[in-house]
Design a protein around this ligand. Structure first.
Ligand SMILES: [Cu+2]
Length: 113
């Protein structure tokens, strides 16, 4: 129970930072990327924070650079342990789908305008 309160407060604190600093943060919580879909401007750095007690990763399918009509692969396949942070700067416009190779049902999408 204490653990849940701690993680709840941590998520609340991080949420407040996101609101005030306008960071793009995706929380990995209960085997889910939250939020699963976001839309960002080109050049934005997205941060993933793992709040689960399990390790996860962020592995992309090939994305599409819609400006140059090129296929772009984002490599974020490093595992992120509890409270670990991973980040990626999106320099190409397009729609990028990613998942966790350890739990392939975990899926997310980043739309870059
Ligand atoms: Cu996972």
């Amino acid at each position: 129970m204490r653990k849940e309160i701690f993680f709840g407060l941590l998520i609340l604190s991080i949420s407040l930072v996101i609101v005030f600093v306008n960071l793009e943060v995706i929380i990995i919580n209960r085997f889910d990327y939250q939020p699963e879909e976001i839309t960002i401007a080109k050049g934005t750095t997205v941060y993933w924070i793992n709040m689960d007690l399990e390790g996860h990763n962020i592995t992309s399918d090939a994305g599409q650079n819609i400006e140059k009509n090129l296929t772009v692969q984002i490599d974020l396949s490093e595992d992120v342990n509890t409270l670990g942070i991973s980040s990626h700067k999106f320099n190409e416009k397009g729609e990028f789908h990613y998942y966790c190779t350890l739990h392939p049902y975990m899926k997310g999408t980043i739309s870059v305008n």
